[in-house]
Design a binder for this molecule. Structure first.
Ligand code: GRF
Length: 220
């Protein structure tokens, strides 16, 4: 049984998708804990209601990133996880923290990386005039929103879209690819070729590491 710890900061809908898929598909894994840096993160309620241990490490109580990350790592390590899943965890992590979980920490970012790292990705996409946008699941490396890409999902940008409409379309495919990617990790099917910073992720046995959504946001 593999152990997973999920980090959230807010709504937690990606966490919820992973928790539900784990239960529904009977993964050989257990979600040991959901940890938030915000006490008011809505996702904590879902986790607790589903019998998952929850913990808050409030970043405002720390005066430096290093001390916050050390406290966070301390809580994570109590569960001895095989995998740390960042699911809308809105903190920039120190290099030391990232190094500690190298090769066993995944993130989902709401853009087709390497386009649009950082915040407000949907507005960035609209401003750039791209016709295709999406989400990426990647291994976490010290460079923010970088690292070997495990899976990507693409959605169209259509006339009349605003950032909220685009975000909703992307979120729907996030809930598809993130559980899939986590499951691949749990099944021991992911390996990284070359340097971690820019390596290519190989899935064995192979299957599509992409998803294209149609206009209604359904996978095709
Ligand atoms: C998602 O769009 C995720 O890609 C981004 O932040 C959002 C979090 O949503 N990092 P939720 O908390 O999973 O609902």
């Amino acid at each position: 049984m593999k152990k997973i710890v999920i980090l959230i900061s807010g709504r937690g809908s990606n966490m919820e998708a992973v928790v539900r898929a784990c239960a529904r598909e009977g993964w050989p894994a257990r979600i040991c804990a959901v940890i938030s840096n915000r006490p008011d993160a809505a996702g904590l309620g879902f986790a607790a209601a589903n019998g998952i241990e929850t913990k808050v490490v409030d970043h405002r109580r720390f005066d430096a990133r290093e001390s916050f990350d050390a406290a966070l790592a301390h809580e994570i390590d109590r569960f001895e996880p095989d995998l740390v899943v960042l699911a809308g965890f809105m903190r920039v992590l120190t290099d030391a923290f990232v190094a500690k979980y190298a090769g066993r920490m995944l993130n989902i970012h709401p853009s087709l990386l390497p386009s649009f790292p950082g915040l407000r990705t949907h507005q960035q996409a609209l401003d750039a005039g791209v016709r295709v946008h999406g989400a990426s699941v990647h291994f976490v490396t010290p460079t923010l929103d970088h690292g070997p890409i495990v899976a990507q999902a693409a959605v169209p940008v259509v006339a009349g879209d605003d950032a909220a409409a685009l975000a909703a379309r992307v979120l729907k495919v996030e809930h598809d690819i993130y559980p899939r990617a986590v499951r691949w990790f749990i099944e021991g099917r992911l390996s990284i070729e070359g340097e971690r910073q820019d390596g290519r992720v190989v899935l064995t046995p192979s299957e599509p590491q992409w998803l294209f959504a149609d206009i209604a946001g359904e996978g095709v």
